[in-house]
Design a protein around this ligand. Sequence first.
Ligand SMILES: Cc1cc2nc3c(=O)[nH]c(=O)nc-3n(C[C@H](O)[C@H](O)[C@H](O)COP(=O)(O)O)c2cc1C
Ligand code: SF4
Length: 484
Amino acid sequence: MWRPPERIRHAASQGRIPARADAQLSRLFSPVRVGPLALEQRTWVPAMVPWRATEDGFVTDDVIAWYARFARGRPGAIVVEATGIRDIASGPLLRIGHDRYVPGLRRLADTVRAESAGHTRLFIQIIDFLAIRRRPDPVKFFEHFLAITDRHRAAFPGQSDPAVRQALRGLSADALTRVLAPAELEALQFGYRERVTDLHLPHIRELPAVLPDLFAAAARRAHAAGFDGAELHYAHAYTMASFLSRTNTRTDGYGGARASRVRLPLEVFRAVRAGVPSSFAVGCRYLAGECIAGGSEADDAAYFGTQFAQAGMDFISTSRGGKFDDARQPAIGAAAYPYTGPSGYECMPQYISDARGPFGRNAAPTAAIRAAIRNAGHETPVVCTGGIHNFEMAEKLLQDGVCDIIGAARQSLADPDWFRKILLGRGAEVRTCEYTNYCEGLDQKHKPVTCQLWDKDGLARPGVTRTADGKRRLTAPEWSAPAD
Ligand SMILES: Cc1cc2nc3c(=O)[nH]c(=O)nc-3n(C[C@H](O)[C@H](O)[C@H](O)COP(=O)(O)O)c2cc1C
Ligand code: SF4
């Protein structure tokens, strides 16, 4: 992962630990409404893909165990990982693109309800993404993948196409930048990647026609499976975020000006909302900042937030960065990963950082979005996530009006009981995340995600489920909470 050149080390700490009575009176542990739902507390476990689904997208026992473990910490809400709305091969990523996925997801929703003793509300993040291929072997690229065009032929006049392929193979990197079209060069150096601006491809042109129904069907299945709500994934490197991006130059009314870029996200929301009962919450996660050259800025994010609130979303959750645009070049045979460049750092900042550090980088941009929403007269709750890891910090963000709900991904992975420990006056027992991004490294390799602070603990104990190589436990050790 890219890291800021300053290389300043930052240490997370437990901060001020409140006594039980103080915790109970805090804003963090006060209830909040999310549209039709009442959250018991303002704590939220954001979506995290743990790579535990089957190769064809079904819920497994390991998926159940992963969410059951978070549920025992009784946060206000858990958002189930990015789950694909299409019924297409996508590796061990959960899917919700067909009714056959509903029984497994129902088992998941039932488990969270039971394990949290009904205290936690459950959302599912629903996602669409475009095709991305692995970086090709250059020999194969020139021999098979590259379609020879007049541009290539012009560089080697009078030669047959096989000879042109051969000649291209022998060119220097510099010469290739002149002979190949930019998209071909990218396909060679990074692997082919579709973009929402590829209007020459019929299925990309038709995205505005097909996505509202696909998202709506997915949300209907989530409701049928017993989820309390859906989070539309409008963040990071995926289709909907690409529509919102300033880099979206589509000329069909769905790109260019802000109002056109937000058009499809609003149409998707309206289709989803129309297809589920009003008791089912619908909101989205989007970027408070894209953090790439030429990407959307704070004023775009504020505008989108007010548009989403105005349209009637039940919540807005912010993230930042996580784009393909500045991702590191993958090794041959691997696919580009959107969390390897500077924008990836902004999404999951690590303890080696710049002077600002990894904690709360998303706070000021989120506060600006919330202020714009409030100025427009809407009370939509806003979830802020990014490096939040102790009570003092969480409570200050709430008191300062940065957000209404505290999202904590890696801190909840490090200690799924952390909210509960604090609420019960046992905050000194919290295992604090060190923001090393060991977990994110596993995610990048599509390996089962675990935390280095606990994945070697009690490996030999009976009942501990382990990774296939037996070297890591799959869920955090249990904490014996005092009786209620
Ligand atoms: C292993 C892992 C998987 C993640 N998967 C998702 C995901 O499916 N959807 C999403 O919106 N964000 C995902 N994220 C980003 C987190 O939700 C969160 O925004 C990010 O980690 C920063 O918050 P934190 O500092 O509290 O960890 C993931 C993060 C990690 C570490
Ligand atoms: S591995 Fe654990 S300690 Fe390290 S960043 Fe991930 S959650 Fe935090």
